[in-house]
Design a protein around this ligand. Structure first.
Ligand code: PMP
Ligand code: GLN
Length: 384
């Protein structure tokens, strides 16, 4: 038998699937994979149901104009992102946006700078597109941007960078001075930046999300990604979008037309409606997540975890070094799932090679009663 693709054949199944399956097998409360235990906003779901009665054939390849307009308007309203609606393309989730950007922009041999820890699709998709990842490592507990390492990662072959802010899994929100530093390097080295901003609406404590595309000189270099899955807690819908100038969106749309071509039209209609909701929806959802973050963080600290600050996203990272557990974060998450009945994701899964080994990521996008039940189980097991 001839070998199958060398990048993809050897890959393990994603950690999110592995941990969710382990949680199900052991009836554990799942604070691993980032999804909610509710159904998303009633009115947005009702719009999807209504649209299903009349809109079931191929929508336009670039997405419904109504949704593209809503994405552009929402970006302008909340983040001062100035893009024309024709510069927006709808994709099947942020994951497809990422794949389309990488396939559309990378030439074999191009170098791509990525910050570690990273969302797990980044490296395989860079490599499958023929790119060479250049990894810049951020480490807990501070997750500071290592400026010298970043500057040193550039070479004449650098084509692209992926910047994820707010950042999964470490919940870092890049500060304006860090973004200025990145923008300056991007311009000096003449590169493009895929701005993975799927958690843009989920920034806490009065801090603001700043999109790199709004910085001087970055408008023609950035591709900004978003996801209705995160903004409306409808992760299964897989409605995403990418905004970029025509010179960048053109090749990305050529990848998209052969990856998925389109995204279900009823979901597009509903997300267009959702993105036009009042400010109160977006701030209300954010504030409710902030309360749940605080509740989970307080509970985990009481149990003995050292909880790191979570500035954004739906995740909180906790250090279990004080537990005296003999084993790494993978073993810890396995033990916690099987014996305590609560699942989290080992942070080392977001690193290539040896990463930090005593941090775990908990998702707090669950009902308060669910978080309470999880904390009770953890207290019972760890406070013996
Ligand atoms: N980027 C990051 C950083 C993520 O955490 C996720 C999570 N799912 C995605 C992209 C993909 O988003 P989607 O579910 O819309 O494909
Ligand atoms: N982004 C989600 C998380 O980090 C999971 C995405 C997935 O399961 N593919 O938990």
């Amino acid at each position: 038998m001839k070998p199958t693709n060398s990048v993809l054949s050897g890959l393990p199944t994603t950690v999110f699937t592995v941990m969710s399956a382990l949680a199900a097998e052991h009836n554990a409360l799942n604070l691993g994979q980032g999804f909610s235990d509710d159904n998303g906003p009633d009115d947005v779901r009702a719009k999807a149901a209504e649209a299903m009665e009349k809109s079931n054939q191929y929508p336009p390849m670039m997405g419904l104009a109504e949704l593209r307009k809503a994405v552009a308007a929402n970006g302008k309203r909340f983040f001062n992102v100035d893009v024309d609606w024709t510069e927006v393309m709808v994709t099947s989730g942020g994951t497809e946006s990422l794949a389309a950007c990488l396939l559309g922009l990378i030439e074999p041999g191009d170098e791509v700078i990525v910050f570690e820890p990273f969302y797990d699709s980044y490296l395989p998709m860079i490599r499958r597109a023929g790119g060479i990842p250049k990894i810049v490592r951020l480490m807990p507990p501070l997750w500071e941007l290592p400026r010298e390492d970043l500057a040193a990662a550039f070479s004449p072959k650098t084509k692209l960078m992926i910047l994820n802010t707010p950042m999964n899994p470490c919940s870092k929100v890049f500060r304006r001075d860090e973004l200025d530093f990145i923008a300056d390097l991007a311009q000096k080295n003449d590169i493009y930046v895929i701005c993975d901003e799927v958690y843009d609406h989920l920034v806490y404590d009065g801090q603001r999300h700043v999109s790199l595309i709004t910085l001087p000189g970055m408008r023609e270099r950035c591709l900004r990604l978003g996801s209705a899955g995160k903004t409306f807690s409808l992760t299964g819908w897989k409605v995403g979008y990418v905004s970029a100038c025509p010179a960048l969106l053109g090749p990305v749309s050529k990848a998209h037309q052969f990856l998925t071509f389109t995204t279900p039209p009823n979901l597009q209609w509903a997300v267009a409606y959702g993105l036009e909701k009042d400010d109160a929806y977006f701030y209300g959802y954010r504030d409710s997540l902030q309360r749940r973050r605080d509740m989970l963080a307080r509970g985990l600290s009481d149990i003995g975890f050292k909880v790191l600050p979570s500035q954004g996203t739906i995740f909180v990272t906790a250090d279990f070094a004080d537990f005296g557990f003999k084993g790494d974060d993978v073993a810890f998450c396995h033990d916690m799932t099987v014996k305590a009945g609560v699942t989290a994701i080992p942070v080392s899964a977001f690193y290539e090679g040896k990463g930090p080994d005593h941090f775990v990521r908990f998702a707090f996008c669950k009902k308060e009663s669910y978080l309470e039940a999880a904390l009770e189980r953890l207290a019972k097991y760890y406070k013996r």
